[in-house]
Design a protein around this ligand. Structure first.
Ligand code: FPP
Length: 243
């Protein structure tokens, strides 16, 4: 487990946990007369750069939204193409993740995923489990409401089994049933492509997150865009409801 809220490296005003909605791959492809999957490939290339940059900068936790529970509504070709892309990405990036001391974890439901993808996800989690510089969490077949329902179900089970009383249900207890309970809440959530919404991403954890919406499409989101976002963040004053 990485130290929570550790600021022992990186810029002291940097967020400890950054979460990103990587939006705009489809539009990026359309603008160039390419297939949507080519936009996702360009998005994967961009992710590689941002992961390396975050690790070099000393960001301790990076979480990215790769596939939502709603994304199954896309065409079969695109869904199959994304599944293949995720598998290729795991194969091609494993060495980089080791080199940069990055641990990987996946959150979301594995139920509808291809067996070959699930196997790679499980192996990558095991292979990188000792890495400590950064934790990269990939939300895959993830939905925030589904996660909250999962938390509610687990808490209800504990009540039914007599392990806890109703008045012991606190925010802290509910939060301990999240998919990744030791992950600190994101300090900053970034969404690219100009859309200003969370789209069911980390709904429980986003309660006090700072939000940044950037007009660049994800494949165009460079390290200097990201530096600008971190610069904006460093000027914000976070009050968590206090004065
Ligand atoms: C949203 O863009 C993006 C996705 C649904 C997929 C995100 C996937 C990647 C960035 C590929 C790399 C990820 C990993 C983990 C290897 P969109 O298709 O909704 O874009 P649009 O709104 O312009 O159509």
């Amino acid at each position: 487990m990485l130290p929570t809220n550790s600021r022992d490296s990186g810029d002291s005003t940097d967020p400890v946990h950054v979460a990103i909605v990587m939006d705009g791959n489809g539009r990026w492809a359309r603008q160039r007369g390419l297939e949507r999957i080519e936009g996702h490939q360009a998005g994967a290339e961009r992710l590689r750069q941002i992961v390396k940059y975050c690790s070099r900068r000393g960001i301790r936790y990076l979480t990215v939204f790769a596939f939502s529970t709603e994304n199954w509504r896309r065409g079969k070709d695109e869904v199959d193409g994304l599944s293949q892309l995720f598998q290729n990405y795991i194969d091609s990036e494993t060495a980089m993740l080791h080199e940069h001391d990055i641990r990987v974890r996946f959150i979301g439901s594995r139920r509808r995923l291809e067996r070959s993808l699930i196997n790679r996800m499980t192996s990558l989690e095991a292979e990188t489990s000792e890495h400590r510089k950064m934790l990269l969490t990939v939300a895959l077949n993830y939905g925030g409401r589904r996660e909250i329902a999962h938390m509610a179900r687990n808490v209800a089970h504990a009540v039914v089994r007599g392990e806890i009383a109703l008045d012991e249900i606190t925010e802290d207890l509910v939060g301990r049933h999240a998919y990744s309970p030791d992950l600190p809440d994101p300090d900053l959530i970034v969404r690219t492509s100009g859309e200003c919404r969370l789209s069911n991403f980390l709904l429980w954890q986003a309660a006090y997150s700072e939000l940044e919406f950037v007009s660049a499409l994800w494949p165009d989101f460079t390290v200097s865009h990201f530096e600008g976002v971190l610069e904006n963040y460093s000027r914000r004053s976070r009050r968590y409801g206090a004065l």
